[in-house]
Design a protein around this ligand. Structure first.
Ligand code: SF4
Ligand code: FES
Length: 273
């Protein structure tokens, strides 16, 4: 089949970018979108041109590395599908496709279709974990978890951190991502003791990174390849409000950088912790 890929090419944040058109005449309909880019890159390399930069790892919808806009839709037109799972047969013969990176201020562009999503890592580092004493594995049935709760926690835990929700949101809100990361721990009994601190710190960090507020538009869940429900945003707001009230005497200010990669970012520290 034949398609025309109009791809955003930009060397770095300092230089201006532009769409460059690449007609592809012999596309196998069973190729994934990323395999189509692989073929294009082989051709570009053979011609001595710069290959298109794009992120990928597992290529089976698990790792969350891949992702870009296709014709204005995060991860393309197929629901619940990452670009690495999206095959070319879902496009029409001769179709023109517009490929561009996630566009959101907290995701600065690195090159072409690759953006820097370390703001997500910093949100998780600020509280998206359960502090436990390590030791021998506890008995599997020591803490009973209802089926309903374990299902909801597992649904939230399906978030792969791809960033499509931010890219699709007109506010560039990370509420679906942060909500998923808060909910998948907070719903379980093991995550309850830290739920106040977790929600406050992660929401503070999310705001500090420059993500916009959620206004319940719902584009995020519409493009999410893991179909994370809006319910996680409600859970985040509930935990945040409760946590902020219970910690109202503690001034939540700056968080120290946790690791080398976050040095230089404007992180906040909670002096009480
Ligand atoms: S909530 Fe969905 S769209 Fe957002 S980062 Fe997680 S998997 Fe990706
Ligand atoms: S490459 Fe891992 S989800 Fe697409």
């Amino acid at each position: 089949m034949r398609v025309v890929l109009n791809i955003w090419r930009q060397k770095n944040t300092r230089e201006k970018g532009q769409f460059v058109s690449y007609p592809m005449d012999n596309v196998n309909p069973d190729m994934s979108m990323l395999e189509c880019l692989d073929v294009l890159n082989e051709e570009l390399i053979e011609k001595g041109e710069d290959p298109v930069a794009f992120e990928h790892d597992c290529r089976e919808g698990i790792c969350g590395s891949c992702g870009f806009m296709i014709n204005g839709i995060a991860h393309g037109p197929l629901p619940a599908t990452t670009v690495c799972q999206l095959t070319m047969r879902h496009f029409k013969e001769g179709e023109e496709l517009l490929l561009e990176p996630w566009r959101a201020r907290p995701f600065p562009l690195i090159k072409d279709l690759v953006v820097d999503r370390r703001s997500f890592d910093r949100i998780i580092a600020s509280g998206g974990y359960i502090s436990v004493s390590t030791g021998s594995a506890p008995d599997g049935n020591a803490i009973l978890v209802s089926k309903e709760k374990s299902d909801r926690a597992m649904d939230a835990a399906a978030c792969i951190g791809c960033g499509a929700c931010v890219a699709a949101c007109p506010n560039a809100s990370a509420a679906l991502f942060t909500g998923a990361k808060i909910a998948h721990l907070g719903i379980l009994p093991q995550g309850k003791p830290e739920s106040d601190r977790r929600a406050v710190r992660m929401v503070v960090q999310m705001n500090e990174e420059g993500f916009g507020g959620c206004t319940n538009i719902g584009e995020c869940t519409g493009v999410c390849p893991k179909e994370i429900p809006l319910e996680v945003i409600a859970a985040m707001n509930r935990d945040y409000i409760r946590g902020a009230w219970r910690q109202r005497d503690i001034q939540i200010t700056r968080q120290k950088p946790f690791t080398e990669w976050s040095t230089g970012s404007k992180l906040k520290t909670d002096p009480a912790r």
